[in-house]
Design a protein around this ligand. Sequence first.
Ligand code: NAD
Ligand code: MG
Length: 385
Amino acid sequence: MSTSLKNIVILGSTGSIGCSTLDVVRALANRFRVVGITGHSNLELLKQQATEFSPDFVVVSDESQLGNLQLPATCQSTILAGQDGIVDLVTRDDVDLVVSAIVGSAGLRGTWAAIEAGKTIALANKETLVTAGPLVMQLASDRGVSILPVDSEHSAIFQAMQGGRASEITRIVLTASGGPFRNHTLKELAGVTVDDALAHPTWEMGPKITVDSATMMNKALEIIEARWLFGLSIDKIDVVVHPQSVVHSMVEFCDGSVLAQMSPPDMKLPIQYALSYPQRWQGPATKLDFSQAFACEFIPPDYERFPALLLGREVAERGGTCGAVLNAANESAVARFLDGRLEFIEIVSACRDVLNHHDYDPNPDLERVIELDRWAREEILRWKP
Ligand code: NAD
Ligand code: MG
């Protein structure tokens, strides 16, 4: 097979998406050259990845950990550190595509620098668009940069959208697994522990997004992500609970046709599609088995038990500083919950309170967004029920 190699950087290579990206690269080794990888704390895994993939650069994003990364003599990679190291890496001339797979708004700076430098983005880090969607999309448009979704729902929508014209789309429908507490009563939700919240029924993911799936804040963030990525108003964005996670999302066109994208719940497929786009390649993702009977259910979401969804809709509609505040409040509240210092159901109430009393600005610049991100995190630390 004669193909030119795509030169890629993986931000957050030691995470769940980062590892799945390297699974795709391993299976399609003749397609890619890994220019750089980054990790924050799991330096043992970062070392293993550097040894296997021989990237030109390895970034330890937590500078205080720099001394703990010892690469074997056979590994020629240059080690860089901190957010500055990430920026130096993504802006290199030989980089074609950057996989943005850091968790949280910590991923914003590297993604922003990559867009500024004109690199194609495979975007897993939804918090970047939730925090600064309009600014990021404007920058991408100014630089002629494609932002290709990795989030499975947005990848599904992106794929289904190719079945018609933008002006013919009447609605997109994001599917949600409903998380492990889909059938919990409000009383049962009040007793959820950290261990309960970390056990997801269909997806294996990092801890933050796993808790977000349990509160359904993940779907709220995805509503906001879709709002900016596809430029759709909130009245064209719906959510449906689909516990099997086989239909990854749908697009409805004006004639009533609904196009869906289906595949087993395996992030390797949406990752690969962002890497292969506009082509499709035979790859390592698992395929659906129609020789076995299986059902697909679609259930309307319950906004009373999962009020995060209402927050997502409201923030997508108001825009401005709301996304940065909701995202940072949620990151901070999830960290507090994982530390045992906040109840499960307080995550969303705390976010609601912080959002309600922030100093709203409909058109913030990046500096203001970053300031409010910091403010919202501190507010959550002070929050009392
Ligand atoms: P994870 O926790 O497994 O991995 C996070 C990665 O980010 C790690 O490599 C970690 O070292 C790095 N990191 C953490 N804090 C950092 C910091 N302050 N600075 C720099 N790097 C830092 O998370 P994940 O599940 O792989 O999710 C990554 C992103 O992809 C998130 O935005 C998530 O919402 C999105 N996403 C994940 C999935 C999934 O299936 N895991 C699906 C869709 C979208
Ligand atoms: Mg998703």
